[in-house]
Design a protein around this ligand. Structure first.
Ligand code: GLN
Length: 548
């Protein structure tokens, strides 16, 4: 029955980077485990239509949904934590909302009215929230990006205030996440910033039902009572969310111990079914207490100083390590440093090398050197998107005698454009939302490593790129020993290349990291880690034998 969907709104106060996305994802997981069908969405107050055109330094990773939307990285948490999927309805920005209102205005859609923030922008925001009110959705969790008190957030807050007014208290919940800082000099935790943040919310008509307090140390009963009293929240609904010790995947268990999910359901008059988390607990145990040793992976990127720029890659590596019962250490290497210091100086001692995606020519030669180092030294190698393109360039230069090989992205006049613009991309001028985006099928070839990993012939993986391997070099590459391990079903686009002569050298044009979850590690990440560990063990044994 449509119209039965209930809504939870998550806002953040005091400072940004409180982990609202993780908290929203954790609540979703717990509620889902209680038998409800949940969807998540994030409303972002910035003016870009989507984060696709933003620098990774600004925004971190751009997460790509199966339906081809370029979205906020919190959607990655949503998909990794829960069994739900995200779509382009899972992320709206101020820019997208205005652009839709303005285009409606140009079409005469407002019938002569003056178009205003209230009611037209707020109505559009409410439509975005209602977009997930579907027959098969029981609860929608909407995270409001930014921090309460920001000018940009106001229309969103006004919209959710109105929304509750329309659907009623039993059909909607306000969860406010705030910071309770520890002031070292005073040796005390302070509740005042949270009180003030709730004060701001109340001044615009939002009265939070639940307060989630991010903190570095445990809160005392007094802290909770004080916050309950001054913020008008029931004492049991002041929830502590202390920094986790080992893994972000501990957060749901911590919130469950405090019965946050039970309170959420009760307040919305929903039956509290039993919850089953033993698989999650088992996964966490493997992640935190691996028993089979360790593996060291180098990630050679272009935006290394910002951890968020490769969020899904790091997560997928950790899933792969847990699946192999191994502990993981990641060496993050800026590709320009390889250009300055040489690959051997930075990559020796690593068990596996991963070159992830990216754009533009800065640091490319460093990435290509990393590929060469992995290939020549038989170190397990995993190339993703730009990483695959670099491995094709490296192969062309080193193994096919095409010294001047390059991608036309980095050298438009290159003599050997082994990576080239797709025909369908040639005439495109706009940058936003115009790449090859979203899930596409891929057929794996019989005796490839990828086929063995996936255990099936046809897969579906997400893409975000303009350039492709140039088919006019395909025969040369194959003759010289590069295996085309996966293509589009019609055979025209190369999706995976492998080097059969190497212990594990797999490079794919798509982004497998977006489909890896802690309960279900992506097969390529799982097997890359397994190969790296096997190889590392071999190398260590050889070194020890030499020493003896
Ligand atoms: N810049 C390359 C392209 O557009 C690779 C993109 C990526 O790594 N996501 O094809």
């Amino acid at each position: 029955m449509k119209g039965h969907t209930k809504h939870i709104f998550v806002t953040g106060g005091v400072v940004s980077s409180l982990g609202k996305g993780l908290t929203a994802a954790s609540i979703a997981l717990l509620i889902e485990r209680r038998g409800y069908r949940v969807r998540l969405q994030k409303l972002d107050p910035y003016l870009n239509v989507d984060p696709g055109t933003m620098s990774p330094y600004q925004h971190g990773e751009v997460y790509v949904t199966a339906d081809g939307a370029e979205t906020d990285l919190d959607l990655g948490h949503y998909e990794r934590f829960t069994g739900t999927y995200c779509t382009r309805e899972s992320n709206f920005t101020t820019g997208r909302i205005y652009s839709s209102v303005i285009s409606k205005e140009r079409q005469g859609g407002y019938l002569g009215k003056t178009v205003q923030v209230i009611p037209h922008i707020t109505d559009e925001i409410k439509n975005c929230i209602r977009a997930l009110d579907k027959e098969d959705v029981d609860i929608v969790i909407t995270e409001i990006g930014g921090t309460v008190g920001d000018i940009e957030s106001l229309p969103f807050l006004e919209a959710i205030r109105q929304f509750r007014q329309e659907v009623g208290r039993e059909n909607s919940l306000f969860v406010h996440i705030t910071l309770v800082p520890y002031i070292k000099a005073a040796g005390e935790m302070k509740t005042k910033p949270s009180q003030q943040s709730v004060g701001v919310l109340r001044s615009i008509g939002i009265f939070p039902d639940i307060l989630i307090c991010r903190c570095e140390q445990h809160m005392t009963r007094e802290h909770k009572e004080k916050l309950a009293l001054f913020c008008n929240v029931d004492r049991k609904l002041v929830i502590e969310e202390k920094d986790v010790e080992h893994s972000i995947y501990e957060v749901p268990l911590d919130l469950r111990r405090q019965e946050l999910d039970v309170y959420c359901l009760e307040m919305m008059n929903l039956h509290v079914n039993t919850v089953q988390m033993s698989d999650w607990e088992k996964m966490l145990d493997r992640l935190i207490h691996p028993k089979k040793g360790s593996v060291r992976i180098a990630v050679v990127g272009k935006y290394i100083s910002l951890r968020d720029a490769y969020k899904s890659i790091y997560e997928a590596l950790s899933h792969g390590a847990a699946a192999n019962d191994l502990s993981l250490s990641i060496k993050m290497i800026e590709s320009e440093d390889i250009e300055a210091k040489g690959a051997a100086a930075l990559l020796s001692g690593c068990d596996g090398i991963l070159v992830p995606g990216g754009f533009g020519d800065r640091g490319i030669e460093g990435k290509i050197s990393a590929v060469r180092f992995a290939r020549e030294n038989n170190i397990p190698f995993f190339g993703i998107c730009l990483g695959m393109q670099c491995s094709v360039i490296e192969f062309a230069r080193s193994s096919c005698g095409l010294q001047a090989a390059n991608s036309s992205e980095f050298d438009p006049g290159t003599k050997y454009p082994v990576i080239d613009l797709m025909e369908s991309q040639a005439g495109i001028r706009d940058k936003g939302g115009t790449m090859r985006l979203g899930a596409y099928p891929c057929t794996l070839s019989q005796d490839s490593k990828s086929r063995k990993s996936y255990g099936c012939e046809t897969i579906s993986e997400r893409h975000r790129h303009r350039y492709e391997m140039n088919n006019s070099f395909r025969k040369t590459f194959e003759d010289k020993g590069l295996k085309i391990a996966g293509t589009s079903p019609d055979g025209t686009l190369v999706e995976i290349v492998e080097l059969p002569s190497h212990p594990w050298f797999v490079a794919c044009q798509f982004h497998p990291e977006f489909q890896s979850t802690p309960l279900n590690a992506h097969p390529l990440f799982r097997d890359f880690i397994a190969a790296a560990h096997a190889d590392g063990t071999k190398q260590r044994t050889a070194v020890n034998a030499q020493k003896n």
